[in-house]
Write a protein that binds this ligand. Sequence first.
Ligand code: ACO
Length: 397
Amino acid sequence: DVIDVRKLVSQGVFTYDPGFMSTASTESSITYIDGDAGVLLHRGYPIDQLADNSDYLETCYLLLNGELPDDAAKAAFIEEVTRHTMVDAQIAQLLNGFQRNSHPMAVLISLTGALAALYHDGLDIDDAEHRKLAAIRLIAKMPTLAAMTYKNSIGQPAMSPLNTLSYSENFLHMMFGVPAEAPNVSPVLAKAMDVIFLLHADHEQNASTSTVRLAGSTGANPYACIASGIAALWGPAHGGANEAVLNMLNEIGDESRIEEFIAKAKDKDDPFRLMGFGHRVYKNFDPRSKVMRKICDEVLADLGVENDPLFKIARRLEKIALEDEYFIERKLYPNVDFYSGIILKAIGIPTSMFTVIFALGRTPGWIAHWNEMISSAYKIGRPRQLYKGAAKRDYPV
Ligand code: ACO
């Protein structure tokens, strides 16, 4: 009575691939990853070259348009983004409905979802200009929304964007600035923030990007699709890992306890893992981690906090793990979350905001994938299942 889908699987009519371990859900021209070789390319350009020579907004342009902009196109893009940094006053009102200690990710999902209410009527996703405007608005407004969630959580009014500042300076100004005082953002920290955003800008079909594509494949409003991506990013198995790194370093608490935690991580009867080590795709040093490590050194030196006990624990832990046979054999290298957590902590960003920073950085990747899908022939995403429930039976009468 029940179609045995397992039979279809064995006949090759169906594939059963939990976790999409070996199923491509789409073709894409945006990002290439070779995890064994430790390679990450955006539109063909290696991530380390982009981190050294480009900046976040230029990389956003590259992801969206496929090519690097010339000087005029770059200036026009920056100008457009800068013109859209303000958010509607009604969006700010929504903050009043949240408890002060609401998780910033919950607030960011809601505020981004609310953009869909503002920008819905008259939106034609088949029109390339409308799609471009949605991309510009999202990239421009995300720092404003992110900083609003933080200010709200500490009971302070939101700071307006200051459009004379660069993208990253403006974000740090809205996070930590004081109204009516001249902005006072360290160039080293602004550069570090910019590189953090750039390193998070895209990572092909990860869980949140796949969520955005799946939601978008129904023709849904793009702002709502991005809100669904933020929801998918929130989990500790995805964007939440940098928060877990800081929690682990706090738990270790003292350099004398590092060996104890390394032993716990190696003990197969203990579920504990070293947070910030290992990656599903990279079985080599994640190319983003190498850049992040350098930035981490610069930020700690700039702030003069290299000797802060927490950062000393991180450095010692990294050294021990990199020389330990267990980690070497399993190709477990520090991942991007290990260093980003440390940098963000040093900048003074609270751990509850770490995943919000990730969401901000990933926004161009999400919207570039959505745009790539909508601008070519696509099908509604509709996975199938292996049914394991009861066979057909009659309702008892
Ligand atoms: N600490 C200790 N041992 C580890 C760790 C770790 N962090 N990561 C993997 N291992 C071990 C496993 O126990 C396993 O050992 P075994 O072969 O003796 O059984 C082996 O390494 C392979 O592990 P898998 O779980 O099969 O590797 P997978 O690729 O599925 O997992 C993951 C990758 C989830 C990232 C894992 O390394 C992990 O849990 N890391 C800690 C959490 C973390 O930092 N997540 C952030 C990921 S990066 C990102 O999201 C941007």
